[in-house]
Design a protein around this ligand. Structure first.
Ligand SMILES: C[S@@+](CC[C@H](N)C(=O)[O-])C[C@H]1O[C@@H](n2cnc3c(N)ncnc32)[C@H](O)[C@@H]1O
Length: 388
């Protein structure tokens, strides 16, 4: 067994961003580019950096499976990833064994708790603030713990009725209210998280990218966030990116006036190079097949014709141990929905190879069923291109 084989034992990824691995694949292997926000973070931090990169320290809050944490580790600094869901941290630790980065550390921690914070030079706060009921306390703790810089990527309360109605999350928004702290009246809106706080109910896992233990989170308006950060000691800010359909913004906050931006230069400890999608799919397929053949692990094949027959044939010819071939109703191009998968897979568990067009969605749904060890997507991705 190689270090990379450990990913087959880790359950199904819930990450939306991919990490390039040294064998030319990605993890998860159906997304073909890595997250660009870590470079934005490093470049923006560099504008206030006052020491060698090797002496710098960062925290990544709500770090999921660590791909962003590795991204911000690419200058050789010491980086701490904190994540509330233990399976994300387990996966991050296995990925670390594969790619190195011995100065990157992961721990399970809830960002609602004081002990999840530590003194660092800068904090990467992405995709997590808008899952909290008390975002103000999180920002206070960030300001207390970040010596120089905070990168905030989060959803904000819509600035107008039109923006609210046009949001992708229009149906999640609730009461508009103000949060009174630090002598400020901060504009906020309630946001509906999943309606039950349980991490698993009826055999289905709560979305592992959602908040933890809350049915409501609070989104601050961007103007109020800027106002608050000023009071908390971060008076300089720049918005470096936005997704107006949410609305979600990426904002950099500096404690003192930053220098003008300049190119970051060579990464001192770069991630593995990203292979082009075709090559990455071929590499993943080769590795997947070798693993299945070597271990004899049974695999269930499920999906739509004609991809189903093609994937099953490839697995059979490659020497994999096929447990069952399950034909889903509908046509190639249809989804493999969560309830449909649950029914078709009828209490089975183990490893699954999907033969469908939207492998990312199928993989996410199988992950939510929370009883499958791994989902193989490379066979469908390789064959689908031929059949398209
Ligand atoms: C939308 S994902 C964002 C992941 C990553 N930071 C990114 O930007 O791609 C939210 C992550 O925050 C984690 N999370 C949610 N609430 C948390 C909390 N209170 N404490 C720690 N982690 C939390 C989730 O488990 C999930 O991994």
């Amino acid at each position: 067994m190689t270090a990379i084989d450990a990913i087959y034992e880790l359950g199904i990824s819930h990450n939306k961003f991919s990490l390039p691995l040294p064998d030319g694949t990605f993890y998860p292997d159906y997304f073909f580019s890595s997250d660009k926000r870590p470079l934005e973070f490093l470049k923006s931090f560099d504008r206030i950096r006052d020491g060698d990169w090797s002496d710098c320290t960062f925290s990544d809050l709500g770090c999921s499976e660590g791909s962003t944490t590795f991204g911000i580790s690419q200058m050789g600094s010491t980086v701490y990833g904190v994540e509330g869901r233990a399976d994300g941290v387990e996966r991050a630790k296995v990925l670390q064994q594969i790619i190195g980065f011995e100065r990157t550390h992961f721990s399970v921690g809830n960002v609602d708790h004081e002990e999840s914070y530590r003194q660092v030079d800068a904090i990467f706060n992405a995709g997590v603030l808008y899952h909290l009921e008390d975002p103000v306390t999180c920002l206070e703790r960030c300001a207390e713990n970040a010596r120089l810089f905070i990168y905030l990527d989060t959803g904000h309360a819509p600035g107008s009725q039109q923006e609210r109605e046009g949001s992708k999350f229009a149906s999640n928004f609730g009461r508009v209210h103000t949060v009174k702290r630090h002598g400020l009246e901060l504009e906020a809106v309630d946001f509906a998280e999943p309606s039950t706080t349980a991490e698993k109910k009826g055999g289905v896992r709560r979305g592992p990218r959602a908040g933890i233990g809350n049915t409501n989170s609070v989104w601050l308006s961007h103007a109020s966030t800027v106002e608050l950060m000023k009071v908390l000691g971060f008076p300089y800010h720049e918005t470096v990116g936005e997704q107006p359909h949410i609305p979600r913004l990426r904002t950099c906050f500096w404690r003192t006036e930053p220098k003008a931006p300049s190119p970051l230069g060579t990464l001192l400890k770069p991630l593995p190079a990203e292979a082009p999608p075709e090559a990455a799919i071929a590499a993943a397929r080769t590795r997947d097949l070798a693993y299945l053949k070597r271990t004899g692990a049974p695999v269930i094949v499920i999906g739509h014709e004609p991809l189903l027959a093609a994937v099953a044939e490839d697995l059979r010819k490659g020497g994999a141990n096929i447990d069952a071939v399950i034909k889903a109703p509908g046509n190639l191009g249809d989804k493999l929905p969560l309830r449909g998968l649950d029914k078709m897979l009828d209490g089975r568990s183990g490893r699954v190879a999907v033969a469908t067009r939207d492998v990312a969605r199928a993989s996410f749904n199988l992950m939510k069923l929370d009883r499958f060890g791994y989902v193989f997507t490379s066979f469908a991705l390789a064959r689908e291109r031929e059949l398209a």
